[in-house]
Write a protein that binds this ligand. Sequence first.
Ligand code: OAD
Length: 242
Amino acid sequence: MTPRSLRDWVQVARRIVVLTGAGMSAESGVPTFRDAQTGLWSKFRPEQLATEQAFRADPGLVWDWYELRRQMIARVEPNAGHLALAAFAARHPGRLTVVTQNVDGLHQRAGSPDVLALHGNIFEDRWLDPARPCCLAQTPLPGRPPRCAACANLRRPGVVWFGEALPVQVLEQAEQAVRECDLMLVVGTSGVVYPAAGLARQAGGPVVIVNPQPSELDDVARAIVRSTAAHCLPVALEPQST
Ligand code: OAD
């Protein structure tokens, strides 16, 4: 399917869910998870760093990896795909829900309302162990990672790590939106990480995949657009000509 023919589907859909993954931000300059890592980090796989076990074993290493990603994300901008989604939502309030696996906040920065961020936000920290009365979020001792001056509890990135549960309410809202949609776009995800990928298997309407490469979700797709997010979405979501 071409981006232009996807536009015909978009125009008649009443409720659209767009599930995005790391490929959504690739054209902003954020490497995807399953791209090879570069430099210092080339000997690690993200799956080995994004776990509580890895953080407890070497908090400084994992903190530095997230710090690098934060700095990289802070330098980039939402791309034409993010902007097209936000503009469509502004023109059609309540018609499009963005559900994202990304922790980079680029959908929110582009102006998409009510983004359901399944894996959290890389710019928000929280305590590693449940906060004790001494653990005041405003006053951790600086460090890599910062820690509570009284009990040494560590700050950790507010993202969902492998093996951790997704935020319950966000997941429920996403599942409801997916069940009620009559068109689901799955953009820039390899479809290997559950439960996020499983959402595509619960869709109330046809699923269209936007990805230049094959993904693990191709079997659920009614149609596939072999294109990139920043190329396809502005065309597929462009205003109807009168
Ligand atoms: P992946 O890195 O697994 O997959 C990225 C996908 O984007 C691949 O299928 C690429 O073909 C595709 N892609 C690359 N460039 C693209 C572009 N310009 N436009 C569209 N698609 C493009 O990333 P995710 O599927 O998001 O989890 O990974 C899922 C989860 O695994 C992440 O949220 C993260 C990760 O480890 C946690 O952090 C819990």
